[in-house]
Design a protein around this ligand. Structure first.
Ligand SMILES: Cc1cc2nc3c(=O)[nH]c(=O)nc-3n(C[C@H](O)[C@H](O)[C@H](O)COP(=O)(O)OP(=O)(O)OC[C@H]3O[C@@H](n4cnc5c(N)ncnc54)[C@H](O)[C@@H]3O)c2cc1C
Length: 324
C-alpha cells in the first residue's frame, strides 16, 4: 500500500450520507491503497456519532476535536484542514459537495495552492492510483475526466452520485489529531444558528415517478402527486417541468437537481437529455413512457413503453385505486 486516499467526513448532527457514499465508492476502486478519514468536530458530536464512525470502512480515522468546531466556519475549518493535509500528505483527498463542502473545498484548495475538481459524478483510479475525476462540463453537454497535476488530487463528490454500501463495515484505527488553531484569526463571530428544517430524503425511495413535458399540462402533472399519494412512491420532475412551474425545484432530477437511487424510476414524458440522465445513473430499473420510441431515455431504460404518458398515468391511478 503506497498510496493513500483521505476522505473528509462531514458531520452535521449526523454523518452526512455523501461521506459514506464516497467511502463505499473508493473501497471499490482498489485494494492497494490506504483509505483514511478525517473528522473535524466538537467532543459531543463526535461522541454521539462514535458508534457509526467506528463502523466506517477505513484504515485510519483521524479525529480533530475541539469545542470551537461545534459550528461550521469556513475559514477556521479550512485552516485546520489545510494544516492537517500538509502534515498527513495524502495522494487523494475527497469531500462531499454539500453546502458546507462547496464552501470549504475551494478555500482549502486555495490555501494549499492545489487544484480542485468540483462536483464529480464518477471517480476512477489509473494504473498508478492517480485520481480520474469525472464531472459534467460545457453546460452539461459533455462529461470531462480530469487528472489533477497537484497533490493531493482533490475532488468534491455530488451527493447521491454513488450508492452507500451499508454492509461494508470496518474497524479503523482511531487517531486523535491536534488541531492547528494557533495563529488563526477569528474574522467571524457566529451569533445564532437556526436548524434547517429536516427535509425527508426522498432520493433513494423504492419507487420514484418523474414527469416531464410529455405530460403536457400542470393539471396532468398533478396526477403524478395523486399516484404517489396512493402508492407511497415519491414524485420527481425534469428541469423543463420545473421551469414551467409544474413542480418545485427540490424534486428536480438531474445534473442541476438531485441524483436519485431508487429501485424503480418511472419516467413519464421525459426525453432523457444527458443532464437528466446524469441524475438517474444509480436507479436499479428504469421504466420510460414516451410517444417517441427513439427518445434517448427509451434506449437507456429497462422497459420502454411507446404510449401517451397521460393515459398510462391515469391507468396506473385507476388500477391502484381499484386494487386498494
Ligand atoms: C446546464 C444545464 C443543466 C441542466 N440540468 C438539468 C437537470 O438537472 N435535469 C433535467 O431534467 N434537465 C436539465 N437540463 C435540461 C435538459 O437539457 C432538458 O432540456 C430537459 O431535461 C428536458 O425535459 P423533458 O424531458 O421534460 O422535456 P423534453 O425534452 O421536451 O421532452 C419531452 C418528451 O416527452 C415526449 N412526449 C411528448 N408527448 C408525449 C406524450 N403524450 N406521452 C409521452 N411522451 C410524450 C417527447 O417525445 C419527449 O421525449 C439542463 C440543461 C442545461 C443546459
Amino acid at each position: 500500500m503506497n498510496k493513500k486516499a483521505l476522505i473528509y467526513i462531514e458531520i452535521n448532527n449526523n454523518i452526512e450520507k455523501v461521506s459514506k457514499e464516497i467511502i463505499s465508492k473508493i473501497n471499490t476502486l482498489s485494494n492497494d491503497i490506504e483509505i483514511d478519514g478525517v473528522v473535524i468536530s466538537d467532543e459531543m458530536t463526535i461522541r454521539n456519532n462514535f458508534d457509526e464512525l467506528k463502523q466506517l470502512k477505513l484504515d485510519k480515522l483521524y479525529l480533530i476535536k475541539d469545542n470551537l468546531f461545534d459550528t461550521f466556519q469556513t475559514c477556521l475549518f479550512a485552516n485546520v484542514l489545510s494544516s492537517f493535509l500538509k502534515e498527513n500528505n495524502p495522494d487523494i483527498f475527497l469531500m462531499g459537495a454539500t453546502e458546507n463542502g462547496r464552501d470549504l473545498a475551494p478555500r482549502t484548495a486555495s490555501t494549499l495552492d492545489i487544484g480542485l475538481t468540483a462536483d464529480c459524478t464518477e471517480l476512477q483510479l489509473d494504473e498508478n492510483a492517480n485520481l480520474l475525476a469525472t464531472r459534467p462540463t460545457y453546460g452539461g453537454k459533455m462529461m470531462a475526466t480530469i487528472i489533477s497535476k497537484t497533490k493531493p488530487n482533490f475532488a468534491t463528490v455530488r451527493p447521491g452520485a454513488f450508492k452507500e454500501n451499508a454492509s461494508a463495515a470496518g474497524l479503523p484505527e482511531i487517531i486523535e489529531a491536534i488541531p492547528a488553531i494557533n495563529g488563526h484569526e477569528f474574522l467571524i463571530e457566529v451569533l445564532k444558528c437556526e436548524p434547517k428544517p429536516q427535509i425527508e430524503d426522498w432520493t433513494c425511495a423504492d419507487v420514484i415517478v418523474a414527469g416531464g413535458l410529455g405530460l403536457k399540462t400542470k393539471e396532468n402533472f398533478e396526477k403524478v402527486y395523486e399516484f404517489c399519494q396512493i402508492t407511497g412512491a415519491k414524485p420527481a420532475a425534469s428541469r423543463a417541468a420545473v421551469e414551467l412551474g409544474w413542480a418545485p425545484s427540490d424534486i428536480q432530477v438531474g445534473q442541476t437537481g438531485c441524483s436519485v437511487c431508487p429501485k424503480l424510476y418511472i419516467a413519464l414524458g421525459i426525453s432523457g437529455a444527458m443532464q437528466h440522465m446524469a441524475g438517474i445513473t444509480n436507479a436499479d430499473r428504469i421504466i420510460a413512457v414516451n410517444t417517441d420510441k427513439y427518445a434517448p431515455i427509451m434506449q437507456a431504460s429497462d422497459t420502454a413503453i411507446v404510449a401517451d404518458a397521460c393515459s398510462i398515468l391515469q391507468n396506473m391511478i385507476d388500477e391502484c385505486t381499484v386494487n386498494r
